[in-house]
Design a protein around this ligand. Structure first.
Ligand code: ADP
Ligand code: MG
Length: 860
């Protein structure tokens, strides 16, 4: 066994550092790149040498970590890796030097080692730890034998093992150093690459220049600047790359930079297109502080230069355009400050150049437009809206002229910010004046139109007035014609009327004569003669009034058969002996609705016409029949309704009528008879009657054959009244208990007649000649008045007005109005208050007294 001293002598320079950890060891093993089992020739040589020196069959460069033992070199064992439990060398980890175990089977530390207990059945071990300079044991260099060696190793063998172990560590150290250097190198390379990338990516020209004015580095941009690649730059003198002329330009900057100053200057490179760069030389100082090179940094400013010069161009162009324009041109800063006017402006205004800058222009504006111009200008400045206004601008001669001012903002294409305002003033004075003239023209035109309209209206009014006047004149003319007709009529009927009066007066004379003679024969006959004549006179006035349409028709249900039959006697007497009358009445004849008096008149007239048409005699037939006017019939007539009618026809065998006579026969005053014989009113009155009765009349006639006139009157659905039945002759009703009647009548005869009649019947009669007098009596509350009989047509206050006033004091007053035709209007179509009635002149005394009695009784 070797002594401990030997082992120390033979051990490595470093002792194992106490307190190391397995993790540290593992890191160190990794640092030496020996975690794998790859054989390395250098270690194999060491192992081989150790085996030979120690004459041992096995030598190993053994490493242990975690749970394994592996051999970086192995000679004689035939294993490259085992479990840690098979490691003998672990025992050297805490030993400072060589560990020798003479018989492994006898050492308790190793006896159960699998390599000892089992094959290859190792018996001897001698190993030296592999210690790092830091004192970490990595493993061991060891020799092994399958036989025990009681003598251990010789000192020379121990020294050799220690030396070889150091050799292994030396080699590992070398490897580590190399690896570290490689890593540092690759780091450096990486950062150099980064730098390269950066310099290449930078939009800059980058280069370094050494003291000898030679390019030592250049990025691609820098090389490209000269149309070269980097290899064409690096290592080349500046003078060669730049050329003499450019190098001479640079020389002063280089001097200053090498003198320690950072220099910036603008450099130009001429090629196909001129390019510009902003270049900076930055001195590069060595550890000694001396400048031994320069960094060159450059920026290509070609585009900026171009933009700048383009801007300059734009300004120039603007000025050129502005000056050449016929308008006044101005421009302002974004804040509205006027800083430019073209020559036209100064020519127009006569102001000295520059004097209108800022707000100087304001003075030239007409005061009237200034507030509005400012308002709009401020608005445009605030909003960027187009500025536009018409205003008057003072010319150099003091004359104000209308100008159209416009301005628009010029904006930065990228930011949109307003850079300037560009404005013009256009002289529009002529246009404005033309416009005003036009407007004036329009006003004049409008005035003219107004005038014409007024004239037209006046003319229209005049025309209307004229038309009204004309209508009035026409009406007057018609009235005059009518009056003339009435004159004719008067002449025409005077004869008839005289006859009637003669009949009346004659009969009355006869009556008086008989009475004076005391004779009473024929009295009744003469009285009835007078009555008949009077009735005919009344009928005549009725006819005239009906013709004038001023006599209200009293339509009622009429039995035409009965009416015709009742006229038989009258007709026969009228027609004379030469005309044979025949009445043909229909059975089952419908009642008709009409005024029976008018119908009588109509029949009488037709009979007289027939008689006139048959001077030599002939036949007259009056016929009644139910008739139905159908649609086909009424279609050919105007104003006729289809329906059921009662037809009364009057036919003769007389001269007949020519068509032109038929056509005019209904015209008023149309007559073919000599003056004094015909009035021409008969047929027209019949026509009027038919129309007023909603009926129809038609003539059928042939010259030489005769004439038939058919009168159609509407069917009445209801009972026919007995209106025309002769009233039974009863004694006139007498007054009772002093009943009082007030008679208001302006005609003294009529008033006396009425008064006498009523007085004979026992009434108290009060008489008044007019409305005022009547009111006087009615106003006396003490006066008894049971009935007022008043004419409507009174002078001054008419009967109606008088009654209206009296009603206030006597609300239940009974009144019997006596009306002529003209007064009907006073009753508005005859609506009478209760307690009031009307009787039309002329009237029969019996009818009158009966009405008076009935009214007084109704009161009672
Ligand atoms: P007047 O009988 O007064 O002449 P009318 O109006 O009654 O007026 O008649 C108008 C005219 O119609 C008559 O003048 C006559 O020429 C003609 N006329 C009327 N009825 C007949 C008739 N039955 N026959 C022939 N002519 C007639
Ligand atoms: Mg006639």
């Amino acid at each position: 066994m070797s002594s401990s001293r030997d082992r120390r002598t033979a051990g490595p320079r470093n002792a194992p550092r106490p307190g190391w950890t397995e993790a540290e060891r593992l890191e160190a093993l990794d640092g030496y790149a020996i975690l794998d089992t790859t054989p390395e020739a250098a270690f194999d040589d060491v192992a081989q040498l150790a085996r030979e020196v120690c004459a041992a069959p096995i030598a190993l460069v053994s490493l242990v970590a975690a749970e394994r033992q592996w051999f970086k070199a192995e000679a004689g064992l035939g294993l490259r890796e085992t479990g840690r439990d098979a490691s003998v060398c672990v025992h050297t980890f805490r030993e400072p030097g060589l560990l020798v175990i003479a018989d492994l089977t006898r050492d308790p530390r190793t006896a159960r080692n699998p390599l000892v207990a089992g094959p290859p059945a190792l018996r001897f071990y001698a190993g030296h730890p592999l210690l790092t300079p830091e004192g970490l044991p990595l493993g061991a260099l060891c020799v092994l034998d399958t036989r025990p060696r009681p003598d251990g190793v010789t000192p020379r063998q121990a020294a050799a093992l220690a030396g070889l172990a150091r050799q292994v560590m030396a080699q590992l150290e070398l490897r580590r150093a190399l690896r570290e250097r490689d890593r540092a190198l690759s780091d450096a390379r990486a950062s150099r690459d980064d730098l390269h990338l950066i310099t290449e990516a930078a939009p800059a020209l980058i280069a370094t220049i050494d003291a000898g004015r030679v390019y030592r580095f250049a990025n691609g941009n820098f090389a490209a600047w000269f149309g070269l690649d980097r290899d064409g730059i690096v290592g080349c003198p500046m003078r060669a790359v730049l050329g003499e002329a450019r190098y001479a330009e640079r020389a002063p900057y280089l001097e200053r930079a090498f003198a320690g100053e950072t220099v910036t200057f603008e450099a130009r490179a001429s090629g196909e297109a001129e390019r510009h760069a902003l270049v900076r030389y930055v001195p590069q100082r060595g550890p000694d502080g001396a400048v031994h090179g320069l960094h060159l940094l450059g920026v290509d400013i070609t585009a900026e230069k171009a933009a700048q010069s383009a801007l300059g161009d734009t300004a120039l162009k603007f000025r050129a355009i502005a000056e050449s324009m016929p308008q006044m041109v101005w421009s302002t800063r974004p804040d509205g400050y006027h800083d430019y006017y073209n020559a036209r402006w100064y020519e127009f205004t006569g102001m000295p150049a520059g004097s209108t800058d800022g707000e100087g222009w304001n003075a030239i504006f007409h005061a009237d437009e200034q507030p509005e111009a400012w308002r709009r200008w401020r608005h445009s400045l605030a909003t960027g809206d187009l500025y536009e206004i018409e205003y008057r601008l003072r010319r150099h001669d003091g004359v104000y002229r209308w100008v159209l001012g416009r301005a628009m903002p010029i904006r930065d294409p990228e930011t949109g910010a307003i850079q300037r305002w560009f404005g013009t003033c256009t002289d529009i004075d002529d246009q404005v004046r033309a416009r005003e003239t036009l407007a004036r023209g329009r006003e004049e035109l409008e005035a003219l139109v107004r005038e014409r309209t007024a004239a037209l209206e006046a003319a229209n009014a005049r025309l209307t007035a004229e038309m009204e006047e004309r209508a009035r004149v026409e009406a007057a003319l018609r009235q005059a014609q009518k009056m003339e007709a009435v004159g004719q009529l008067t002449g025409g009927i005077a004869h008839d009327f005289n006859n009637l009066l003669t009949g009346i007066t004659g009969a009355l004379d006869l009556l008086r004569r008989r009475l004076s003679e005391g004779r009473h024969d024929n009295l009744e006959r003469y009285a009835s003669l007078a009555t008949t004549s009077a009735q005919r006179a009344a009928a005549l006035t009725h006819r005239l009034l009906a013709f004038a349409r001023r006599q209200p028709l009293m339509a009622q249900a009429v039995d035409a058969n009965r009416l015709v039959a009742s006229m038989d006697d009258l007709l026969r007497r009228t027609l004379g002996e030469r005309v044979r009358l025949e009445l043909v009445v229909a059975g089952g004849l419908w009642p008709t609705l009409c005024d029976p008096n008018q119908l009588e008149n109509a029949l009488l007239n037709l009979a007289i016409n027939a008689r006139d048409a048959m001077p030599g005699g002939g036949h007259l037939t009056i016929e009644t029949a139910n008739a139905h006017l159908d649609d086909a019939y009424v279609a050919g007539e105007i104003g006729v309704r289809a329906g059921q009618y009662v037809c009364v026809s009057v036919s003769d065998t007389g001269a007949g009528m020519a068509p032109d006579v038929i056509a005019r026969a209904f015209d008023p005053f149309f007559t073919t008879k000599p003056l004094g014989e015909g009035t021409g009113l008969g047929l027209s009155m019949i026509y009027g009657f038919a129309k007023q009765s909603d009926g129809h009349v038609r003539i059928y006639s042939e010259v030489g054959q005769g004439t038939s006139v058919k009168l159609y009157l509407p069917r009445h659905r209801g009972e026919a009244a007995l209106a025309h039945a002769p009233a039974p002759s009863l004694p006139p009703p007498r007054a009772e208990r002093g009943e009082t009647v007030l008679v208001v009548e302006d005609d003294a005869t009529v008033r006396a007649l009425i008064g006498e009649t009523l007085g004979e019947l026992g009434y108290q009669v009060l008489e008044a000649a007019d409305g005022q007098a009547g009111l006087g009596i009615l106003g006396d509350a003490r006066a008894r008045v049971d009935l007022v009989i008043t004419d409507v047509g009174l002078p001054g206050l008419n009967g109606r007005q008088m009654v209206d006033q009296a009603l206030a004091a006597r609300p239940s007053l009974r009144v019997l109005f006596i009306t002529g035709y003209a007064e009907n209007a006073a009753f508005g179509n005859g609506h009478l208050a209760p307690g009031m009635q009307m009787i039309t002149k002329p009237f029969a005394i019996e009818a009158f007294t009966a009405k008076v009695r009935s009214m007084i009784e109704a009161r009672a």
